[in-house]
Structures are given as C-alpha cells and as structure tokens.
Design a protein around this ligand. Structure first.
Ligand SMILES: *Cc1c(COP(=O)(O)O)cnc(C)c1O
Length: 420
C-alpha cells in the first residue's frame, strides 16, 4: 500500500504533485508520505492485536527526524544500532524506555551511553559483550536489562548480503552459548538477562522461516525455564518485507500476527518487534531528473541526476525499483528498452538495464518508487555530490524535512595541514 498515484496525469505524493516539489526544491530529492508511514504502522499493529508488544522502528532503515517523529507520535519505540541512532531517536521524541540497542559490535563508549540513558534493553551478541556491560553498569551503580541474540540457524532474506540467521553468520550466538551465558550471568552483577532476541534477515516475504526461528525461540524459553531462568521478554526482530514490484506481494501480516499469537503468545512474555523496511519502504520515492539521453552500441541510455550515492540499493543488492515517469505517459504509449544510469564514474552506477519504458526525454522527471527504506539512510557524498534533500508530504501540505546539503557542510571539518 502506498499513497503515490497519478492524479490528472501527474504523479502525486498523497495529493501533492511531485513536479511541484521538484520545481521548488530541485532534484534529486526524497519524498515521504506521512499517511503511508501511519498506514503501515497501523496495519502491523492491528495484525499483532492481543499481544503485549512494543513496535520498535528500526532507525537504520530511515533515520530522518520527521519519519521517526511521525512514528514516535503513534507510540512506536526505536531499534537502534549505534549511539548516533539512540540520539536521533530521542531527539525525535522516542522515550528512552522504548529504545532497544542492537548490533554485533558496540563500543564501550556506546554501551556506557546506553546504560546511563536507561534505555529499555541492550541486545547482546557475544559473551564478551555481556561481561563488558556488567562491568560498565557496575561502575555506574546500575543494573542493565539485556536479552541475548541467538542465531536459530535458519536461512531467510531476499539477498545474501541481508541474510543474518544462518549458523556461520557474524550475528548473535548459538543456542548452546546462550545457555552458558544465562548460567554465567548468575555470577555477574550489573546485568539482568530478561530473555532472547532473533533477527534472521531482511526483505522476508514468506513467513515460514520466521515461524521456524520463533519455534526455536519458544523451545529455548521452555528449556531455560526448566533450568530455573526467568524469561520475561522476547525480541522477534525485524525483517518483514515490502513490495517493490507492482505485481509483487508483501508478507501476509494477518498470518504473521496469528503465528506470533500461536507460538509466542502462550509464553506470557513482553514482546519486542523491530520492523524497518515494512514501515517505510513504500512510504518514500526518490525524485530525479533526466539529464541526457544517448544510444551506445544500440542500447538506449537515460542519464539522470541521481546516482548510486543517493540510492545504493540497485548497485549494492541488485535491487529492483519501479521507475515511474512523473508526467503520466499516454495510454498505449510505445515501450522501449531503456537503461537508466547515474552520472558517477562507475559502471555499477546503473539503476536498470533494458527495462521496457515509455520514451524519456531530457528534463523529464522520474520517480524511483519504494525508496523510503535504506535509501537516504545509505546515501554518501561519493563523487563530492551533496546529500539529497528530503521532503515529507501530509495530505495537500509538504515541508522540506532535511535541506539539501550545502558544499560548506560537505567539507566542514576538513583541514589542509600547514606543515611549516
Ligand atoms: C536491520 C535490522 C532490523 C530491521 O530490518 P528490516 O528488514 O528493515 O525490518 C531489525 N533488527 C535488527 C537487529 C536489524 O539489524
């Protein structure tokens, strides 16, 4: 579901023509729909009815303050993977007691900050980390709530770079190590292990691997309880997929909710879920303008003003994004194979090859659909290209929610040494 459609031949975000935004703000620009964010959050929340659950939005998918604030207002927490993300979440209005700190490598400084900030929990990914947390918390005179991220050894996710739940991945610990950590923690003051976490991958459409992971979790909970450990929390991770193809299907959220009620519900624990992509992917588009068209060796190229530094997913994950002309092509317009590329000096800076599209002319506006997750969040200034602007639309209103980066901001902090 998304709120980007043609109205009178013009592609709109809710009811705002994207052309108007491009004319006012320039391109490339990310445009987010507030109603789409709210819709996805509400649909997920409804599907999870009857459970004691905190929906912690995974900040890494889209860390714009307006996006986080929209979700925070609706009651969302935040799943964070760095001190920067914790700060972003709090700055945008997420209360610290709804913040979860995940990640396979946290620095001592980050752990100390998280413990001082009294966030909801730290998801621990190694035995060493547990000991470090205990030491830091002890020194601060605090007891930190943690859960142990286990690796249930299931394969899931749309691409090898985003599968995280197989036994030899860098994430989490084996069930055997988790048991040992529960035992060892009896000797540790400064930490309280409240439960377990899993996160098996991203862009998961078929919920069967999630069921397998949750069944493994439930089994571990029973075994841990038999050994006398109190298990009060489970973190079910993120990973639910989004629809990128207009013919594609998303995960069946009703079935997902039913599955969680069936497998996790009876355990009587507080549940955390960490969706990123599901909430924000379809809530954003990247607006770009065609610069030149040319034919090389019989291939039709359209060179646009957005590049892999703005939207990395096609180059990095071979990801598909639907590309729509902002001015609706006439019905029955001839389609021709078009290769859409950015201006960066790398062949990898290619968004699509030989895709059947209506003819694109220089200055035409194009919209990369479903670019709201891992879009701006993965942008860089490669080729000294300033970070794109970000805009949020609500109904017929819109606002710049992050100004396009200026050149001064881009080289701020750089110093030419004076060796004299
Ligand atoms: C990336 C990540 C998420 C969010 O993943 P999505 O696929 O965007 O839902 C959630 N939890 C953890 C631990 C992550 O690393």
């Amino acid at each position: 579901m998304r709120f980007f459609d043609y109205i009178d031949g013009e592609l709109c975000a809710e009811t705002v023509p994207l052309r108007a935004i491009a004319e006012a703000v320039g391109t490339p620009t990310y445009v987010y729909s507030k109603a789409t964010l709210e819709h996805h959050y509400n649909v997920l929340k409804a599907a999870l009815h009857g459970l004691d659950i905190n929906i912690a939005f995974a900040i890494k998918a889209n860390s714009n303050a307006a996006v986080i604030a929209t979700l925070a207002t609706m009651g969302a927490g935040a799943d964070t993977v760095s001190e920067g993300e914790i700060l972003r979440a709090m700055r945008a209005g997420v209360p610290s007691n709804r913040i979860v700190f995940s990640g396979v490598g946290k620095t001592k400084r980050e752990l100390e900050f998280a413990i001082k900030t009294e966030i909801h929990q730290i998801n621990v990914e190694s035995e060493q980390e547990l000991i470090t947390i205990a030491e830091i918390a002890n020194n601060l005179g605090k007891v930190q709530n943690v859960v142990i991220r286990v690796n249930p050894d299931v394969e899931a996710g749309g691409h090898s770079k985003i599968a995280t739940g197989y036994a030899t991945s860098k994430f989490g610990v084996s069930p055997a190590t988790a048991f040992a950590m529960f035992e060892n923690a009896k000797q540790l003051s400064g930490v309280k292990i409240c439960g377990l976490a899993v996160h098996i991958g991203s862009q998961i459409i078929d919920i069967a691997p999630m069921r397998a992971a949750y069944e493994a979790l439930a089994l571990m909970v029973q075994q841990l309880r038999l050994s006398g450990h109190a298990i009060t929390r489970l973190d079910l991770g993120g990973g639910l997929g989004a629809i990128y193809d207009d013919k594609g299907e998303g995960p069946d959220l009703e079935a997902y909710g039913q599955m969680v009620r069936e497998i996790i519900g009876p355990l009587g624990v507080k549940i955390e879920i960490e969706p990123g992509r599901l909430i924000c992917a379809n809530a954003g588009v990247l607006l770009a303008r065609a610069l030149v068209t040319k034919a090389n060796g019989g291939r039709e190229f359209v060179v646009i003003d957005a590049a892999m530094n703005d939207l990395l997913r096609p180059a990095f994950y071979d990801a598909y994004h639907q590309i729509l002309a902002v001015k609706e092509p006439p019905i029955g317009a001839n389609l021709m194979p078009i290769t859409v590329v950015g201006p960066i000096c790398e062949t990898g800076d290619t968004f699509t090859v030989d895709r059947p599209m209506a003819k694109v002319n220089p200055d035409d506006l194009l919209a990369f659909m479903s670019a709201g997750a891992y879009g701006f969040a993965m942008a860089s200034t490669y080729n000294s290209r300033p970070l794109a602007a970000e805009v949020m639309v609500s109904g017929d209103k819109w606002q710049v929610v992050r100004a396009r980066q200026s050149y001064e901001d881009m080289w701020q902090g750089e110093v030419i040494p004076n060796w004299g």
